[in-house]
Design a protein around this ligand. Structure first.
Ligand SMILES: *[C@@H]1O[C@H](CO)[C@@H](O)[C@H](O)[C@H]1NC(C)=O
Ligand SMILES: *[C@@H]1O[C@H](CO)[C@@H](O)[C@H](O)[C@H]1NC(C)=O
Length: 462
């Protein structure tokens, strides 16, 4: 076997030609070299070897050509594929069924399906009959392009020509039908397939189940899922996901949860992302406690939520004003070494300030600073507005200065909120003094004072 060491390891081909002059050798080594390059994923070198072999007058075998084509298809080097094919024709290498099926695959991916028909005619002239693989490639391609009529025409031809449709053909057709919203017809086709003695596999069940889910027909999806289990075909993570998502889209989260419990009883493994989907969905529907208890349940299986899931829960708890629960979750995060981020802190501070607990909000803000997460304008707004609402004007002012000094956050809106409370509750002198102090603060920061000023009526504008 030719050992391919590395792409730059000298000129293997040249060395072989050279040594061919001195000793008794078999040009089949070029074949082996092509195959070895492709096997080592050095497709470019394989292609180069193919070309140079042809140049020195060696005719590679069809197997080596197929091997090279396969490598080129995987890299999506379509033009190179046709170069190889044309070269094969020129020097008289006869393609076999495998060659043709690969090229039909290439054609279906990149060109008009009509061009494929020309190619097939040519294939038939060469004496090849399209086999199941050929037909399946074509049917799949037609279905993807929404040309169901053509796909079904081929399906009928298959019978006539004795290339009987297999599971793949049926699944492709069912998929095509489902995409057009014809899931009932797909189900009929499924029955026909079973009737013709084919045993449906996970893929074919999934196609149909997915079709029903997308149409919100959850009863049908569910009974197919049970039929599947009953027939000994195990649902995979796609099946579980699509059914749970189907329920989720119909806002039937309880049904989804019940289904998962039943699947667990059948010892069907549920992947963590499905649970995660449900946790987030429950949060979105303002059911943070249900989300939390689901989270606790799956934590027993070793599931560890990431920061995004925690944040969803905290946001949801805050939205429902359960700030104590949200704070407890944050503490749990810290305990598990998951560092809360700006999203976590923003939600908590916002919530605390809304329920007149701005002092606690400020405390949380100090904590985030301590943990190296700088606050943003939204947090500044929440705290200043909170203090203003609670009439704690001194704290509001001192915080405004703090944000400007420590984080270069100069928020006009927060400043205006403070001025507004003052103008309603204090005399003009106090107000002017505040303006002076803020001006100085800004000048200290090297900022040109772009602070709002008060007009004669005491209204604030920029
Ligand atoms: C659920 O809805 C999402 C968003 O609209 C959609 O992308 C997804 O395909 C739907 N899933 C199912 C199973 O219906
Ligand atoms: C917060 O205080 C304001 C002003 O005193 C009051 O109107 C509001 O109802 C309070 N909000 C809550 C959630 O306690």
């Amino acid at each position: 076997m030719v050992k391919v060491v590395s792409p730059d390891d000298g000129d293997v081909f040249g060395s072989l030609v050279l040594c061919g002059e001195d000793c008794n050798w078999d040009p089949v080594v070029f074949d082996m070299l092509i195959k070895a390059y492709v096997k080592a994923n050095m497709i470019e070198q394989g292609f180069g070897t193919f070309r140079r072999s042809v140049e020195v007058g060696f005719v590679p075998s069809v197997v080596a050509c197929n091997c090279l084509l396969n490598g080129l298809v995987k890299l999506r080097c379509v033009d190179r594929c046709w170069e190889v094919y044309e070269e094969m024709g020129r020097i008289g290498i006869h393609p076999n069924a495998y060659t043709f099926n690969m090229l039909i695959n290439v054609l279906c991916k990149d060109k008009d399906v009509d061009k494929v028909n020309e190619f097939i005619e040519k294939m038939e002239e060469e004496g090849f009959d399209p086999d199941v693989v050929t037909y399946n490639t074509l049917i799949n391609s037609y279905c993807r392009k929404g040309r169901l009529g053509d796909a079904f025409y081929l399906y009928k031809i298959m019978y006539r020509r004795g290339a009987l449709p297999d599971l793949f053909s049926y699944t492709a057709l069912m998929n095509g039908l489902c995409k057009e919203g014809k899931v009932r017809e797909a189900h009929q086709l499924f029955h026909r397939m079973v009737h013709r003695g084919l045993s449906p596999d996970t893929m074919s069940y999934n196609t149909l189940i997915c079709g029903y889910c997308k149409e919100g027909k959850m009863k049908e999806s569910r009974s197919l899922l049970y039929e599947m289990i009953g027939n000994g075909v195990r649902p995979d993570s796609f099946t579980c996901r699509v059914v749970v998502e189907g329920y989720g889209n119909e806002s039937k989260l309880l049904s989804a949860l019940n289904l998962l419990s039943e699947l667990e009883r059948f010892e069907i493994p549920i992947s963590p992302d499905i649970y995660e989907y449900l946790v987030v969905k429950l949060c979105e529907e303002n059911r943070p406690f249900a989300a939390k208890s689901l989270l606790e349940r799956i934590s027993h299986y070793g599931y560890v939520p990431d920061i995004d899931v925690y944040n969803e829960l905290i946001l949801s708890l805050c939205k429902c004003n359960y700030v104590a629960g949200a704070l407890a979750l944050k503490a749990e995060m810290v305990n598990k070494n998951i560092k809360p981020n700006i999203v976590t802190y923003r939600a908590l501070i916002d919530c605390l300030c809304k329920i007149n607990k701005s002092v606690e909000g400020e405390y949380v803000m100090k904590e985030m600073v301590k943990f190296g997460v700088p606050p943003d304008t939204a947090i500044c707004k929440a705290l200043i507005n909170g203090y203003c609402k609670e009439m704690d004007i001194n704290r509001a002012e001192s915080l405004l200065g703090f944000f400007a000094r420590e984080f270069q956050i100069f928020d006009t809106e927060s400043y205006n909120a403070l001025v507004k409370v003052l103008s309603e509750n204090a005399d003009v002198t106090t107000l002017m003094e505040l303006q002076d102090r803020m001006q100085k603060e800004l000048e200290l920061q090297g900022k040109m004072p772009c602070v709002p000023y008060l007009d004669d009526l005491g209204f604030c504008s920029i």
